[in-house]
Ligand binder design. Structure first.
Ligand SMILES: Cc1cc2nc3c(=O)[nH]c(=O)nc-3n(C[C@H](O)[C@H](O)[C@H](O)COP(=O)(O)OP(=O)(O)OC[C@H]3O[C@@H](n4cnc5c(N)ncnc54)[C@H](O)[C@@H]3O)c2cc1C
Length: 451
């Protein structure tokens, strides 16, 4: 029987184990998790009636793998949809609603776009010029920043597109790969000669505007419920905590895993459910095409307040910051409106996102410095001066792999290498084919299906 080690008990590793177990293949698998808990980035904290997410707060329902896993785990009745979808861009001390009908910032409805005060008249003309601008069909990958700037002008990029993507990837738009992060835009352009024309033809769900009601899902008990259910449905004797792997050596056709506690396990194949740099630390001799891919760090701080302690906020779920002054803050979620079930009655929960790839690493700040930084933003932007009744800090060091230009080719060459060399090495997780929860589930599921 083939022996397989799954390294990492985050969502990817556990999903791989779950689908491997269902396949009834002749495989003896084990999950090894370094820390004392499963879930990796996914961590929900219950505090004084608040449900606080330290990592992801939800996943996109539109990508099928996430919803399918929920169904396979029989968790359908535990799902909760996000309540309201209006998001804002905070710019020059004003909350600008993201124009209704926007898809990742690109307008599909003329009226709300023309009415928006987020753009100058000239900026709007430049956006609409996209309708007739000749399509430049590039054979090469390019940065999201360059691609969108060529199509819609600089203002659209800095005022709307950049904040939206920074909120997801914590990275630099002018280094991020178009093909790895948003290939659909290039396809639209190639097929229609104009993105605006292409989007108008499509009836796609919109992002950041009121139509996004129900686009995201979480679980009644928070995202950790997903992890808990996976662990519950897996055989306990195959899932190991406090089992950090420190080194992997290939001897003949097998892999020798050296654990931190000195134990050694010999296996035939390995599924790496950890990011690409951690995987390379374990096998430094491995020639990975992704060895230069960076990983950004970020921090989130959640503050719970009595409702009377917070000045009234616009109707919506939160805001994104433009990069103009190079602030550490990228976004703030008004959790009490996005996920009312997570916040006690008459309470406000504000989640502040900090961290930009071009600035110093926020996770290196001490907790009190981080709290003070985040509370300064709350005061300056929302006028919140009251003492929070609940504070929760989450530092995510090396958490968000950066998909720089050429990423898809590098991933393809890694997959090609693993396939052809029949090395028995499999790579899953955020570093490869999407950083989101459904992407990671999809990759884990697909990987074990092909084993
Ligand atoms: C701040 C933040 C917010 C996010 N928000 C969203 C969101 O709202 N929606 C969404 O869809 N996605 C979101 N994501 C992405 C989402 O968190 C990931 O898609 C998902 O959690 C990745 O899981 P994973 O198992 O691949 O990796 P991880 O969660 O990193 O798990 C890897 C596991 O491997 C373990 N490990 C590491 N090294 C070793 C070793 N040597 N030996 C054994 N074990 C080891 C770690 O302890 C960890 O438990 C967010 C990510 C971050 C950082």
């Amino acid at each position: 029987m083939k022996k397989v080690a799954i390294i990492g008990g985050g969502l990817s590793g556990l999903t791989a184990a779950f689908y491997l177990a269902r396949q009834n293949k002749n495989i003896d698998w084990q999950v090894y998790e370094a820390s004392a808990r499963f879930g990796g980035h996914i961590k929900t904290v219950h505090k004084q009636g608040y449900i606080i997410e330290k990592g992801p707060d939800s996943f996109l329902a539109r990508k099928p793998a996430g919803m399918q896993l929920i169904h396979d785990l029989k968790l359908d009745s535990e799902l909760v949809k996000n309540a309201t979808g209006q998001s804002y861009i905070y710019q020059n001390k004003i909350f600008h609603p993201i124009p209704e009908g926007s898809i990742m910032g690109i307008p599909t409805k003329l009226k709300p776009f023309l009415k928006s005060k987020l753009f100058s008249p000239l900026g709007k003309v430049r956006v609409l010029y996209e309708l007739i601008k000749p399509a430049d069909r590039s054979k090469e990958d390019q940065s999201l920043g360059d691609f969108f700037e060529k199509r819609f002008g600089k203002e659209m990029v800095t005022h709307l597109i950049e904040p939206l993507f920074s909120g997801i990837y914590a990275g630099n738009l002018y280094q991020m790969s178009l093909r790895a992060t948003y290939p659909a835009m290039e396809t639209l352009l190639n097929e229609n000669g104009s993105i605006l024309k292409g989007l108008r033809k499509q009836r796609v769900q919109t992002t950041g505007t009121k139509q996004t009601i129900g686009a995201f899902r979480t679980l009644k008990g928070g995202m950790t419920q997903l992890v808990d259910e996976l662990v519950k449905q897996l055989p306990a004797e195959r899932c190991h905590l406090n089992k950090a792997i420190e080194n992997i050596e290939k001897k003949e056709d097998r892999y020798h895993l050296l654990f931190k506690n000195g134990e050694i396990e010999v296996v035939d194949e390995i599924i790496f459910g950890i990011n690409h740099l951690r995987a390379l630390e374990l096998m430094p001799q491995y020639e990975s095409p992704l060895k230069n891919q960076k990983i950004a760090s970020s921090a989130t701080l959640s503050f719970g307040f009595k409702i009377d302690d917070v000045p009234s906020l616009p109707d919506g779920t939160g805001f994104l910051m433009t990069r103009e002054k190079d602030e550490h803050m990228t976004a703030c979620t008004w959790v009490h409106t996005k996920w009312p079930h997570m916040v006690p009655e008459n309470r406000i929960l504000l989640r502040v996102f900090l961290g930009r790839s071009n600035l110093s690493n926020v996770t290196e700040l001490a907790d009190d410095e981080l709290i003070s930084l985040a509370r300064t933003y709350l005061q300056d932007i929302m006028g919140v001066t009251a003492e929070p009744e609940v504070t929760e800090i989450s530092k995510m060091n090396m958490a968000m792999p950066q998909y720089d230009i050429g990423h898809t080719e590098r991933v393809a060459s890694l997959l090609e290498k693993t396939k052809h060399q029949r090395e028995g090495l499999h790579f899953i997780g955020m570093s490869y084919e999407g950083v989101g929860i459904p992407d990671c589930i999809q990759l884990a599921k697909e990987t074990v299906k092909n084993m």
